[in-house]
Design a protein around this ligand. Structure first.
Ligand SMILES: [Zn+2]
Length: 486
């Protein structure tokens, strides 16, 4: 009899695991691929793509879609909503046009509401307690040009007081109409920010903005801090050490600061860098988890029990990362050798038609960089840098090049008479010189990152446009070079 009761008891526990469950961030993390909006594959989607997606959402009765107004250049800005709860929550993304990570996550989130799975109970509860409003892509004109500012190059997050521009007016009008208890202000930050003075990139950073210069904490700001503590605890399971917070200097012209002043607990979430995630797809997933964690905390008032002191112990953003850091090299100057570290960053740029991105690698700094870190690092004590060589290509067919052989030879540039196709960057790992254009071969501070790395009169590494190649290995390079033309 006793064992039967135990068996029934165990069965009930088992049911608890397989029946529709409530919030569990690990489970959510695992099932994320089923919600991911597969149409958005990289961060370069535009307002036209958004229009298309929203048209599809309109067909779905769960999510309500209305127009919130038009941007300076006349692009539609949407307000979507779901839920029937008494507590309003507002989320907006991409008020800076080139910060699209959270917009991608919002579309994953729209799919999440439509799903029918283990999270049914969770969804039901959230939507019963909250009414959630979304403005994805508040700055569609900036998004169109992949730039931070709006069509007139105004930083909208400095227009919260004057409210001169339509995008700012829309956001303020929506807030005043809804008077949300909580809001999420979703941005991207410099991918080279670190969590405090550690070598960890700040993959997600938070801020509970101040509402005055004294940085006082009232209930509205205090609740923001507590919510962030909940977000930190959940995210820390997936990216320990990679979470930070922004400095809380009061910015009277910013929206977060003003919304807190008006009574809306506004969380700033900044999507930062993660190694080898240039398209921000992993950070997108972390946004999805963060937002649902936040909604769960608000709906169930979990933030109320959070320890506000934990907010203060989140490390502050620092700026200590290079894309590539080469330590302890020697450089020759007037026949004397000097020890230097070299910090290289690869700036992402877009082709004129914005269909492709490529990189421009520069020597950001050199000298003693011992306090810094790199996404990639090499200790090259005993190695010396020398200029890259120019390879004269007698034929015009780049496909016939033996890439490995030329890399091993210490070449960084290929000189051609002309190119048969009009390109903005070189799709092979070498820089191209056209029409006898002048190039600086000697590596220099602030110059392009092209040089070779030698030991015992042999080339060991070849750095071209900021990418490093170990010439002893078989190289299957997909990286790009630059084109120097007259
Ligand atoms: Zn921003």
């Amino acid at each position: 009899m006793k064992s039967l009761i135990t068996l029934i008891f165990l069965f009930i526990i088992y049911l608890g695991f397989i029946l529709p469950q409530e919030f569990n961030s690990q489970e959510l993390y695992n099932s994320y691929p089923t919600y991911k909006e597969s149409d958005i594959k990289n961060k370069r989607f535009k307002h036209a793509d958004l229009n298309r997606k929203i048209k599809n959402i309109k067909k779905n009765s769960l999510i309500n879609v209305e127009s919130a107004g038009k941007s300076l250049d006349g692009r539609e800005i949407y307000l979507l909503s779901i839920g029937e709860g008494k507590t309003n929550v507002l989320l907006w993304s991409q008020m800076h046009g080139d910060e699209s990570t959270a917009t991608m996550a919002l579309f994953d989130l729209f799919n999440f509401w439509e799903a029918d799975d283990n999270f049914n109970k969770f969804r039901e509860k959230i939507l019963k307690k909250l009414k959630i409003f979304f403005i994805p892509m508040l700055n569609p004109d900036g998004a169109e040009d992949i730039k931070r500012r709006n069509a007139l190059n105004i930083d909208l997050n400095r227009d919260a007081l004057r409210l001169e521009f339509p995008e700012s007016k829309i956001l303020k009008t929506v807030r005043d109409r809804l008077k949300p208890k909580f809001a999420f202000n979703l941005h991207d930050q410099n991918p080279r920010y670190t969590s405090g003075n550690s070598y960890h990139s700040a993959t997600i950073s938070f801020l509970a903005p101040a509402y005055n210069y004294e940085k006082e904490v009232n209930e509205v700001r205090g609740n923001t801090m507590k919510l962030i503590v909940n977000l930190f605890d959940e995210l820390n399971k997936f990216i320990p050490g990679h979470i930070a917070k922004y400095k809380d200097d009061f910015e009277p012209r910013a929206f977060g600061d003003n919304f807190i002043k008006l009574g809306t607990s506004t969380v700033l979430i900044e999507s930062g860098g993660w190694k080898n995630d240039e398209e921000k797809q992993f950070v997108r997933k972390l946004n999805f988890i963060s937002i649902l964690t936040g909604l769960n905390s608000i709906a169930n008032k979990l933030y109320k029990n959070a320890d506000i002191e934990a907010y203060y112990s989140i490390p502050i953003n620092d700026n200590l990362l290079f894309d590539l850091l080469l330590r302890n090299l020697s450089v020759k100057y007037k026949n004397k050798k000097y020890k230097i570290d070299i910090g290289i960053n690869k700036e992402e740029v877009f082709t004129k038609d914005q269909s492709q991105n490529y990189y421009i690698g520069k020597i950001e700094d050199w000298g003693d960089l011992s306090i810094f870190y790199g996404y990639d690092e090499f200790d090259l004590n005993g190695y010396e840098i020398k200029k890259s060589k120019i390879y004269n290509l007698p034929l015009h067919n780049l496909n016939e090049l033996d890439i490995n052989k030329i890399l091993k030879g210490g070449y960084g540039f290929i000189k051609l008479d002309s190119l048969s196709i009009n390109r903005e960057f070189s799709s092979i790992p070498f820089n191209l010189i056209l029409n006898n254009a002048e190039v600086k071969q000697e590596p220099e501070y602030n110059g392009y990152a092209n040089f070779t790395i030698w030991k015992d009169k042999k080339v060991f590494y070849n750095v071209i446009n900021g990418f490093i190649y170990d010439v002893r290995a078989e190289i299957d390079a997909q990286n790009n070079g630059l084109i120097f033309n007259q």
